[in-house]
Design a protein around this ligand. Structure first.
Ligand SMILES: [Zn+2]
Ligand SMILES: [Zn+2]
Length: 106
């Protein structure tokens, strides 16, 4: 199988979600996690994430610039998949603020 582009992976996640009733719970999440992993490895995501971190080279919560920075989806990838490559939906967070954020919403 050819590798899907970032945009195609987002579409694949939406199709999967629209067809949730066709899978058992285990299969469904297993497929979702594969698509999500592929998305985060896609050139589109890697470039966009790099771009926002270059534009905002510090954490937007704690303002530190000496930690590893991530691009975080403000509206979550799972619920707002169509915003997955939308720059305005991204926030730069340091690794610690990022972890805290996901613990909060999980
Ligand atoms: Zn921070
Ligand atoms: Zn995040």
């Amino acid at each position: 199988m050819n590798r899907l582009t970032g945009r195609q992976l987002l579409e694949a996640i939406e199709v999967l979600r629209d067809n949730k009733d066709k899978y058992n719970e285990f299969e469904y999440w297993q497929i979702y996690f594969i698509f999500r992993k592929e998305f985060y490895n896609s050139a589109a995501w890697i470039l966009l994430s790099k771009e926002v971190r270059e534009e905002t080279p510090f954490c937007e919560r704690c303002f530190r610039d000496n930690r590893i920075l991530h691009a975080h989806h403000i509206k979550r990838l799972y619920t707002h998949t169509y915003l997955g490559l939308e720059k305005s939906n991204l926030e730069v967070l340091c690794i610690l603020c990022h972890r805290k954020e996901h613990r909060k919403v999980a």
